[in-house]
Design a protein around this ligand. Structure first.
Ligand code: AMP
Length: 533
């Protein structure tokens, strides 16, 4: 027997319809690369998305076809997401910071038909055009004067908005994002209308992003990384105001945050390092922020403290491209009001709890379930309706025999359900049969005055199997010695975790999404030996 309710499909375009119908005049502000600004609203985004959908259909695109973008955060990029999905297509956001051979690989693997791009990325197009085998149409968001590129606005001007969103099954795909893996080719994660809608509904909850129509959000997380953490969808559902900056200049971000009274922001930790430098130099600070979400890498304690002292709540997000990407959120605990400042920070440095919809477990290397005791660490596995089952075009599911996705992260789960990442499985430092968390060592090191960035890697050791080597980038002009670092770390980590060597370096290698590239570091230091120095 079935129940008696309606067949209302969980399709992405319902979210935009909701925004346009119920919050149509809520603004979408864009600060462009050339310093100009535009304002539209959800009704305008919906109109333009219909015009783009019509244009794409006219180009011969069919249901399921992939429409790629190489763009920063702006209203035309937002229109492209909904226009491509509205015509029945799949929006494929490409990360322009990927290496060239990866850019070639993913556009060809995705069989992208159209590429919409920022003029700033024209050199990438000119260089790789001949190697992209499937792209037939190139459309530039902001063609400079005199350019012969097809302009986005010129294209839209040729179409009216008389277009009905293409309908279909809620399990059809709507978006494709590739992981920026540190080894091998990037892998595509194909989100569905259903998974995307449920994920957005979960995201706006108070314990997650805490979004509603009163929110003014400036997402710094790029639209080309992990579906911009789902915010373009969650924002429509919430009917909030978006403020987009197509440039990542902290002075511009601060100006926009204050002028537009931005209440919510989201980005990786490095965004805030740059913001702090600007704040220190200029004396300015964002004044209206209520919720700052940090994720993508572990949020350092000192960063959380500083933002909390600015009067904002810090949300510490853990997730992956494979999980749409929200997995957990480190946000206020039930006893929040009774906690001291330091105890509140203790809560937020952990990656937090799952929203309803996803489930977590920790297993050891043999797959044995570990207790939620805050001590038993092991492989973190996840399942739920917005978690990957199979990579795009893969032959097999990416799941354990009993249906969980192994994240490759190492974590503990505390008795209250709070999850804490201790490392990436391949980055833990195995010393004398015990594990040292490279993440904890790095976080402790960046908490020290004068340290800009730190990376800990395990290096072969004749007696202990591996021992930590700590690489440090100093702040400009800072005086920090190896002895200072060890003294500082002694207060923060167990004695046997202390690095056997500390080296000062000019920079550290990163992936296209700003994570430390440990594979390259291990390669760089492969000839290093503790005894030889
Ligand atoms: P990506 O798919 O590029 O977003 O990368 C996902 C990976 O980033 C996760 O598997 C984690 O290793 C790491 N990550 C994301 N958020 C956090 C966090 N809050 N703390 C520690 N690691 C994180």
């Amino acid at each position: 027997m079935l129940g008696g309710m309606q067949d209302f499909k969980l399709r992405v375009m319902h979210m935009l319809d909701h925004a346009a119908n119920e919050h149509g005049d809520r603004e979408i502000v864009t600060y462009w690369a050339d310093g100009s600004e535009t304002r539209t609203n959800w009704a305008g985004i919906s109109r333009d998305a219909r015009r783009l959908a019509k244009a794409l259909t006219d180009m011969g695109l069919k249901k399921g076809d992939r429409v790629a973008t190489l763009g920063m955060n702006h209203s035309r990029h937002l229109v492209s997401w909904y226009g491509a999905i509205g015509m029945g297509g799949v929006i494929h956001t490409i990360n322009p910071r990927l290496f060239e051979d990866q850019l070639v690989y993913i556009a060809n693997h995705a069989e992208d038909q159209v590429l919409l791009y920022d003029a700033a990325f024209q050199p990438i197009i000119d260089k790789l055009k001949d190697q992209w085998t499937s792209i037939k149409h190139y459309i530039c968001y902001d063609p400079p004067e005199g350019s012969d590129a097809q302009g986005f606005e010129d294209l839209l001007d040729r179409y009216d908005d008389d277009f009905a969103w293409v309908d279909g099954d809620e399990r059809e795909p709507c978006m494709l994002c590739y992981t920026s893996g540190t080894t091998g080719n990037p892998k595509g994660v194909l989100y569905e209308h259903r998974s995307t809608t449920i994920h957005a509904m979960a995201e706006i909850q108070p314990a997650i992003f805490d979004l509603s129509t009163t929110s003014v959000a400036l997402p710094v997380v790029p639209m080309f990384h992990a579906a911009a953490w789902g915010l373009p969808f969650a924002g429509a559902l919430a009917g909030l105001k978006f403020v987009y900056a197509a440039v990542n200049d902290p002075a511009v971000l601060t100006m926009l945050m204050n002028r537009e009274k931005v209440t919510h922001s989201a980005g990786v930790p490095t965004v805030w390092l740059a913001m702090f430098q600007h704040m220190d130099a200029s004396g300015e600070a964002p004044e209206y922020l209520k919720v700052v979400t940090i994720g993508g890498s572990a949020a350092p304690r000192a960063m959380i403290e500083r933002i909390m002292k600015m009067g904002a709540r810090v949300n510490h997000a853990w997730g992956m491209t494979e999980t749409s990407p929200i997995g957990t959120m480190g946000s206020p605990s039930p006893d929040w009001g009774d906690l001291s400042f330091d105890e509140q920070v203790d809560v937020v440095v952990k990656q937090g709890r799952v929203p309803f919809g996803v489930e977590l477990r920790v297993v050891d290397d043999e797959g044995v379930l570990q207790p939620r005791d805050g001590e038993s660490s092991g492989r973190l596995q996840i399942r739920g309706p917005w978690v990957i089952k199979r990579y795009f075009k893969a032959e097999e599911d990416a799941l354990t025999k009993d249906g969980w996705f192994d994240t490759g992260d190492v974590a503990v789960i505390h008795p209250d359900g709070v999850m804490q990442i201790t490392d990436r499985a391949k980055d833990v430092i195995k010393s004398g049969g015990e594990w040292i968390s490279s993440v904890d060592l790095e976080n402790a090191a960046v908490g020290m005055e004068g340290v800009a960035e730190a990376a800990a890697i395990g290096m072969p050791h004749p007696k202990w199997d591996e021992r930590p080597l700590l690489l440090i980038v100093k702040n400009e002009g800072a005086e920090v010695s190896k002895g200072d670092v060890i003294t500082h770390l002694t207060d923060h980590v167990a004695k046997w975790w202390l690095p056997d060597e500390v080296l000062f370096v000019d920079d550290l290698p990163h992936t296209a999404t700003g994570k430390l590239l440990k594979t390259e570091l291990r390669e760089r230091y492969k000839d290093f030996s503790f005894s030889g120095g």
